[in-house]
Design a protein around this ligand. Structure first.
Ligand SMILES: Nc1ncnc2c1ncn2[C@@H]1O[C@H](COP(=O)(O)OP(=O)(O)O)[C@@H](O)[C@H]1O
Ligand SMILES: [Mg+2]
Length: 323
């Protein structure tokens, strides 16, 4: 008997490439099914089948998704948006009960990565280089006075994403103003260096880091990497391997890193496919295949840095027409 490997992509939005790559991989051996709460989310129209679902915050949302998993005999499910990661991870057992694997890190891990201050505390406790961070602005002003930190700094929401409400700030007046107008902000030391993105896959069966692709970010747009160039550094691969093992990630993750004077600083982790993943895939770093293997019960063998350096990615716009 042939068993199909069907994959469900939640909150597909505008991530058409992710859907297309999964379709390439599952051609002839499974279907790609996509959901979104909007019927004008272009990516769902690239899937084999689509479902318009309630917003993730609505009661009964998870039941709707579990019903789709049962009906479509879904082997694996993953989400493409931050606020949904913890929700899916929290219901891992419910998904298992209908025969669906959640291709994601555990709930506690998702929660830490979604909270930039918790992430900072984790990095400090585990002795990784990172930007000094404050949630208490008076503690920050004290450190400015004593010369421990200086302007400019980054002020951002503790639980933000997509670069929303992030400001580079040059003086106390602006810090005061921002804090007066919003809650849950934090102040972070400015990392003045080369921004790097790492797309990694941590095997769902063995827990080993089996794939790493690193790129230097050249241009950012709306919080996403717009242009980037691939590169390789064994020292960085080792750092990423240790970091992922220590944290306990599983499945696909995306790490933001800064390089300053030959030292690497970890900035943040999105435990999902990042917006810049197409760069990795187009360089031959196929994580869809790794996911398919895991869903079929096959462990992946580590293959790290198996791509060429100096390959550029440039994003451009496309349109989807729906009649
Ligand atoms: N401490 C910092 N130093 C330098 N640049 C920063 C810093 N914090 C944020 N940035 C810039 O803002 C972008 C978004 O910040 P990030 O912390 O990754 O939040 P998000 O969750 O919105 O992606 C980063 O990719 C980087 O370009
Ligand atoms: Mg980021």
């Amino acid at each position: 008997m042939i068993t199909l490997t069907n994959i469900l992509i939640l909150s597909a939005g505008t991530r058409n490439k992710i859907i297309q790559y999964f379709k390439n991989e599952l051609e002839g051996c499974g279907k790609v099914i996509a959901t979104d709460c909007s019927d004008i989310a272009p990516a769902i129209y690239d899937a084999d089948k689509l479902y318009i679902v309630p917003r993730i915050t609505e009661p009964g949302y998870i039941d709707t998704i579990l019903d789709i998993c049962k009906k479509e005999k879904i082997s694996g499910v993953l989400s493409l948006i931050d606020p949904e990661l913890s929700l899916i991870a929290k219901h891992r057992a419910d998904f298992e009960a209908v025969g669906t694997t959640v291709i994601e890190s555990d709930y506690d891990i998702c929660e830490i990565t979604l909270n930039k201050f918790d992430m900072y505390k984790w990095l400090v406790a585990h002795k990784y280089n990172c930007a000094k961070t404050y949630v208490d602005k008076d503690a920050f002003y004290k450190d400015v006075t004593s010369g421990m930190i200086s302007y400019p700094v980054f002020v951002k929401p503790i639980c933000g994403s997509a670069s929303i409400a992030i400001s580079k700030v040059y003086d106390k007046e602006t810090v005061d103003l921002l804090f007066a107008h919003s809650d849950n902000l934090m102040i972070q030391e400015f990392l003045d260096g080369q921004e790097i993105g790492a797309d990694c896959y941590i095997d769902m069966i063995s827990g080993e880091v089996v794939s790493i692709f690193t790129k230097k970010k050249i241009v950012m747009r709306a919080g996403e990497t717009d242009k980037s160039v691939s590169f390789k550094d064994v020292k960085l691969f080792e750092l990423i391997k240790n970091f992922c093992k220590e944290f306990g990630f599983r499945g696909q993750i995306d790490i933001d890193i800064f390089e300053i004077g030959g030292e690497y600083y970890i900035s943040e982790v999105n435990p999902r496919f990042g917006g810049g993943y197409p760069h990795a895939y187009e360089c031959g770093v196929n994580h869809m295949k790794l996911i398919k293997n895991n869903l079929e019960g096959k462990e992946n063998i580590p293959s790290i840095g198996n791509y060429d350096d100096g390959i550029y990615m440039m994003k451009y716009n496309e349109v989807k027409i729906l009649k």
